[in-house]
Every structure is written in C-alpha cells, then in structure tokens.
Design a protein around this ligand. Structure first.
Ligand SMILES: Cc1cc2nc3c(=O)[nH]c(=O)nc-3n(C[C@H](O)[C@H](O)[C@H](O)COP(=O)(O)OP(=O)(O)OC[C@H]3O[C@@H](n4cnc5c(N)ncnc54)[C@H](O)[C@@H]3O)c2cc1C
Length: 405
C-alpha cells in the first residue's frame, strides 16, 4: 500500500528541513526525503567548505525554529563590517588615495544592529534542523532515494529506491537547483551559465580579521573573504572555468603562492589551506513557483549569483512566507494544496526574488566590464555610495532582510 502524506518535501537541505520544522506543529502529516545526511558536529571536525553569510532575518527564523542556540554553541562567526572596492587601495600616492575614496564600507552600527550577520557552515545549519525534526512526531524523515515522481494535482506519486511509494497531497521542492520536482511538475525555468566558476578555499590566516567580510572586484571576477571562527576564513575566487580548473589541480604550496599574488594585500600571510572546492556560476528562475498540489522553495525555485551571499537568505524568506500562508489556510479551513492558496505564496515571493536576482546581475555585469568609462563610473558610484549614508543604510537593510526593496 502506498503511504499517504498531507505534505511530502523532497530535499532536506537547509530550506527543505526548515520548511518541515516551520510546519511541524500544524495538523499536517509530513514526510521529508533527504538522501545525504550530514555528519553530526564534533569540535575537531574540519570546517565545511560550504558556508553561508546569514542575514539577521534568517537568524531570526532559525531562532524561532529553536535551532540558533545550538548552531552558535557549535561554530559561527559574527561580522560587523562589509567592505567593497575595486581599485588597488594599497597603491602609493594619489592612486591609492582615490581608490580608498571609492571604496564602500558598511557597518552594523549605522543601522543599529550588533552585527550584520553570521558566517555559518551549511552542514551545521542543516544538521541542527534535522536533529530538531527528529523530535517532531508529525514528521517522518526518509533517507531513500527518489526513483520517479508522477505529478498529479493533489495526489502525486513518489517512488523510492526501496520499492516503497508515497502519495503526496501537497508536494514541496526543497531539492535544489536541479530539482526533480520542478521538472516532474513541468514548472519551467529560465536559466543561463555565467561562464565562470566560484572557487572556495578554507584557510588559516596569520592576521585576525574576524569582524569583516570584504570583496574586491577584478576584471576576471571578484575575490572575497568571509571570516570563520578562529583565525580561519573562507576565500571565494571567481574566475574562468579554465583558470579555476588549473587552481584546483595545483599542489597546496603553489596554490598558496597564487592566492598571495592574486588577493589584496590586506589578506596577509596564509598559515594553512584546509580545503578547496569549486562551483559553476549559474542563474535559474522557475517560470512558476506553484501549481495545484505542488510548490517550489529555495534553490529549486531560484539560483542566484552568490556575489552578495543572498541565496539561502532568499530561501529562508520563502520558508517564512510559505509556512505563514499554509498555516493561515489551515486555520480558515482551506486545502493547503489548492492553487488559490499556493498562489498567495508565489505572489509574495517571485517578484521579490526576481528583483534581488536582477540587482545582483546588474552589479556583476557592471563590474565585469573592462571599458574605462564604465570603470570610472562604477568607482564613482561606489564612492558616492560610501558618502551617501541613507543609500548605504537602505542597501544594508535590504541585504539584512529587514526592509524590502
Ligand atoms: C560558492 C557559493 C557561495 C554561497 N554563499 C552563500 C552565502 O554566503 N549566503 C547565502 O545566503 N547563500 C549562499 N549561497 C547559496 C546557498 O548555498 C544556496 O542558496 C542554498 O544551499 C540553497 O539551499 P536549498 O536547501 O534550497 O538547496 P540545496 O542546498 O541544494 O539542498 C538540496 C537538498 O536536497 C537533497 N536532494 C536533492 N534531490 C533529492 C532527491 N531526489 N531525493 C532526496 N533528497 C534530494 C540534497 O541532498 C540536498 O541536501 C552560495 C552558493 C555558492 C555556490
């Protein structure tokens, strides 16, 4: 017999697991499918290569879900400042002076916050959510793989590799950019490849710079630092696929030399490289987030350039709105999987996500252009943003999830 659920969530990553937890106290009978369970935390565990800069709004959600204390008791690094620039600030004389004038620095104190956010390992966020879910009677965690999904409004059949099948009244995609759910429900997607890769490298640095994230734009792509607990950092190096493949193939000593040569001088000396990995840069936006009996959340609905660290923050905003809409519908006696209910979620999230994606693309394209006139214009813009406090504060409040555009 097929097991019936009110809600089946495919993908128990950060977004899928948060969705299950946000609805765990409702009357819904929930199955969460996750095929790769993350390891439990231990103090001597190496730092995960996948880390996220979490906004205050995301932290609030994790706190409400009662997992934030667990995460901070393990490992998390708060940051208070964020600096963005293009020209060489360490150059001598007038050039250096002009470069420093064109840099923009954001500070949490300017918008009355203790910090702009925290950098946290993805594995710890996912694990804390899954551990909390294990205590919820209404949620069943299933670790079998999905063989096929036969979408049918209000009664989707999900076949597992164990031979069992589930019937979902409402099916939710938390299964990331390659979403099987999105494809099964034929929700469509606009997507393209930026023709670049993002290489992440975890390092131990000689200098402490644990209260700041920074990003320097270069003709071949940005170079960024995200602080991690201790004197550790996650470096992000955007470059062509060929260059990134060459960096991945290097021995650690040669890679260290390349980093010192290519990153701004403020990085200082590197004492060790803990690990490296690379990800293709692509943008994807689902044409529809919902249909009768199905909804997409997080990367299954949108993949954004990681330039400003917004991907999972947008995903958590999806979770927030989705849970609110579903709980309200249940309270009013409506069917949570009906198209009318799910459209309320789509209407509140699709445009907002699109606007953030377009803003990131604007910055990415403006700073990837080599024309001198554009270079002057964008540096003047950065400089002006540095001086224009209201503009800077608005950008900060939007990035923090406090304000909408
Ligand atoms: C280099 C880089 C840096 C980034 N930095 C940031 C940042 O600083 N801040 C930020 O907000 N975002 C950042 N992001 C984006 C962020 O990582 C993603 O937005 C986030 O991981 C999306 O979470 P998700 O749960 O929607 O999807 P995913 O993380 O892709 O999780 C999907 C889950 O579904 C599971 N799954 C998939 N298919 C199936 C199946 N058929 N059956 C069962 N399980 C399945 C997978 O195992 C996985 O656990 C970054 C991305 C990159 C590439």
């Amino acid at each position: 017999m097929n097991q019936q659920y009110d809600l089946v969530i495919v993908g128990g990553g950060m977004v899928g697991a948060a969705t299950a937890l946000a609805l765990a106290d409702s009357s819904l009978n929930i199955a969460l499918l996750e095929r790769n369970l993350p390891e439990s935390f231990s103090v001597d565990q190496p730092l995960d290569l996948r880390v996220s800069a979490l906004s205050p709004a995301s932290i609030e959600l994790l706190d409400r879900l009662d997992v934030w204390k667990t995460i901070t008791a393990q490992r998390a690094c708060p940051y208070r400042r964020m600096r963005v620039w293009e020209l060489d600030e360490d150059a001598e004389g007038l050039i250096g002076k002009a470069a420093r004038a064109c840099a923009t620095e954001f500070n949490s104190a300017e918008i009355g916050l203790d910090q702009l956010g925290y950098i946290v390992e993805n594995r710890l966020i996912q694990r804390a959510l899954l551990d909390k879910l294990a205590l919820c009677e209404q949620v069943t965690l299933i670790t079998d793989g999905v063989v096929s999904i036969d979408y049918s409004a209000g009664a989707t059949l999900v076949e597992l590799d164990s031979g069992e099948s589930l019937i979902a009244r409402l099916l939710v995609a938390g299964d990331g950019g390659e979403s099987m759910v999105r494809q099964a429900a034929a929700l469509g997607a606009h997507q393209w490849d930026y023709g670049q890769m993002a290489m992440v490298i975890n390092v131990a640095t000689a200098d402490s710079q644990q209260d700041i994230t920074w990003q320097q734009f270069n003709p071949s792509g940005p170079r960024a630092l995200l602080p991690l607990p201790g004197n550790n950092a996650s470096l992000v190096w955007y470059d062509s696929p060929e260059r990134v493949q060459a960096l991945l193939a290097m021995d650690l000593l040669s890679l260290q030399q390349e980093i010192l040569h290519s990153f701004p001088a403020r990085l200082g000396a590197i004492e060790a490289i803990h690990g490296r990995a690379a990800f293709p840069l692509r943008r994807m936006h689902a044409q529809h987030y919902v249909a009768e009996g199905v909804a997409l959340l997080g990367d299954a609905a949108h993949q954004i350039n990681p330039l400003a660290g917004q991907g999972v923050n947008l995903g958590f905003q999806d979770v927030e709105v989705f849970a609110e809409v579903i709980l309200e519908a249940i309270g009013q006696g409506e069917s949570p999987g009906s198209l009318a209910v799910l459209k309320r979620y789509e209407n509140r999230r699709r445009k907002a996500n699109l606007l953030m994606m377009q803003t990131m693309d604007f910055f990415y394209r403006a700073f990837s252009n080599h024309q001198t006139s554009l270079k002057v214009a964008r540096n003047l813009l950065l400089g002006a943003a540095g001086f224009a406090k209201p503009l800077r504060n608005k950008a900060l409040r939007v990035a923090s999830g406090i304000d909408r555009f």
